[in-house]
Design a protein. Sequence first.
Lengths: 330, 417
Amino acid sequence: MSHQDIKFYQTGTFTVGNRLLDPEQRSVQSTLERTNALNSGHRACPGCGEALGARYAMDAAMAATDGQIVVANATGCLEVFSTPYPETAWQVPWVHSLFGNAAAVGAGLAAAMRVKGKSDVRVIAQGGDGSTADIGFGPLSGMFERNDDVLFICYDNQGYMNTGVQRSSATPPAARTATTPAVGPHPGHQRGMGKFVPEIAMAHHIPYVATATVADLRDIEAKVTAAMSLRGARYIHILVPCPLGWGSASHDTVRLARMARESGLFPVFEARDGEVTDSLKIRHQVPVEAFLKPQKRFAHLFGKQRDEEAIAYLQARADRNIRKYHLLEA
Amino acid sequence: MLKQVEGSRAVAETIALCRPEVVCAYPITPQTHIVEAVGEMVREGTLAPCEFINVESEFSALSVAIGASAGGARAYTATASQGLLFMAEAVFNAAGMGLPIVMTVANRAIGAPINIWNDQSDSMALRDSGWLQLYATSNQEAVDLHIIAFRLAEAVSLPVMVCMDGFVLTHAYERVDIPEQAEVDAYLPGFEPRQLLDPAEPVTMGAMVGPEAFTEVRYLAHVRQMQALELLPTLAREFEARFGRDSGCLIQRYRSEDADTIVVALGSVVGTLQEVIDTLRDAGHAVGVLAIRAFRPFPLAEVHDALVDSKRVIVLERAFAVGQGGIVADSVRKALQGLPAPIHTVVAGLGGRPITQASLRGMIERGMRDELPSVTFLDLQTDVVERALERERTSRRSGPVAEGVLKDLGVKAMQYV
Ligand SMILES: Cc1ncc(C[n+]2csc(CCOP(=O)(O)OP(=O)(O)O)c2C)c(N)n1
Ligand code: SF4
Ligand SMILES: [Mg+2]
């Protein structure tokens, strides 16, 4: 990768960013050849975590494959904000078919590349948590089970944002959405057992499963790069805060992603062939409150009377993740 | 090569001759034999290069085909009945994107009540999905129409359904002439996509289109169907010149030129009808048959010309629009607009009920005596229907309709295989 030398007077500016690092440690975003696979000019809300995550993931995939990428995208915010014809923010060959079939369309693309002798062209299928955990779950599981040569990336903003913030099976307990209003004895989303797709992906014993958040963009890059070095079905689940749906400030997107990770609510780990091989340790565990409080979707927990019971419930979930994924050990 | 072979096997061998590059399918009776055979050919390596993908649902089967086609591969799948409905969203999507996928529909009834036998409710339910629809009257035609289908699909960039009656054709052993590979290769060149996902030339496919252009995009889909209407006879003539068989025309007439009464039908029932027409002709009646091979696009002009001189038209339907009546009859009526000939709908053979020559003959004779109502259900057991209605009149908790009907009939439970 080529890089620019930094002039001394530039070092204090944000534009320089990680160009101060050794070249091999630098982000794909700092190279002159970054592909801008998801280009500027799209219509995501300010501070959209999904746009940030997709840009880093896709540029990393482009860098890892020498630009040989085709993408199948499910219906959802990412699809809508990036593409209304005749505009497109995609600098990669990209197809949107339906809400629930991105994994299968990806499998078809992979088959086409194989049969056409273009195995160097790699396939990414992607969508939101709704397309992943709910409507597209069958096709996704089928793609995993067949070990199709597809990397599926889920951008998890914990709800159906494109249709106006309704709950999905990835919505956390107690969160207010348009279909889980903050009323009644247990306001907000129900206390279900939840559906954490990375663990279900692992149960398919596919070569690679990883989680990440937009708080650690270099981690996203590293994981996409690792995924692209392998063949077969791979899955990366990225937590992407959504200012509109979460009722958070645009400038808090990265901070909230970090709080989700550092509270233990969202475990960040890597798994190969069905077994956890690594996890990103929490340096300073924060109480779940640090994640919950800045978001309007949890405001009812912090009203005149704090909902101690709900907060404790969520804290228990975070603590369970910490134990399960060994997030605090060195 | 002439062979005595099961319809499904004949179609599978023909599919292989068409060199599909990606085949994906999910099993459903009566389609299974087709994809099992294609899968085996891929495994053995007799069909290569080809990727055969066993998917977890029909929705994924067609979605894989969509991805494969967008990636530049010739893609094929097959389904029936519940499977076709399960993939319905993708059916519209494939057509909307203009991906020339070919799909066999082994026609079967749709539940509830669940029923594995033949009628055409499945493909008829998706007649307006934007796919071209061809209906085979025999296994020979099924073979030939598949070859033509790939050529047609790729020429106009639209997907094609080749509909063949489940069991009646798929499971029937008949003599079929399966062409040679070299002949098929000469007729069907390799797939040159109009649109392609290619890193060398990135394009965006399937994005959103608003009110400013949606009408135009839909209109162009209609234009392409109209182009298919013009192209199909040309392709059929070319096919005939090469293979010596007329199999691809929009319609097929049988003893209808001077007929007063013409029966219109789609699919395998046409064969039975021809035999009935022969006996009626022998008895001195001016009757004939019109088979519609292309239901989408609908050949209005050809149907008009074939029926314009008749005194009455009977449309035999293997499906019907509940609450409305005949589906095919509606289109026929449109073709004959302004003409005095009455057009009757006869719904027959639902859920695999045999359509006997005797019933057909009786029905046509009633027609000739002008005694047919506008909609008839052939061989309907009216006493059973009356009893079910009576039950509903007299009891609120009348129970599952289908169970009541079978109890009234005194039928013992059928043995399913
Ligand atoms: C079959 C079908 N059902 C419903 C919809 C409506 N729909 C479009 S996007 C969407 C939600 C998307 O949620 P998610 O996958 O989480 O993506 P996000 O917008 O949150 O990024 C829904 C319900 C649809 N397009 N298709
Ligand atoms: S609603 Fe949320 S996910 Fe959608 S564009 Fe806005 S911030 Fe991004
Ligand atoms: Mg979402």
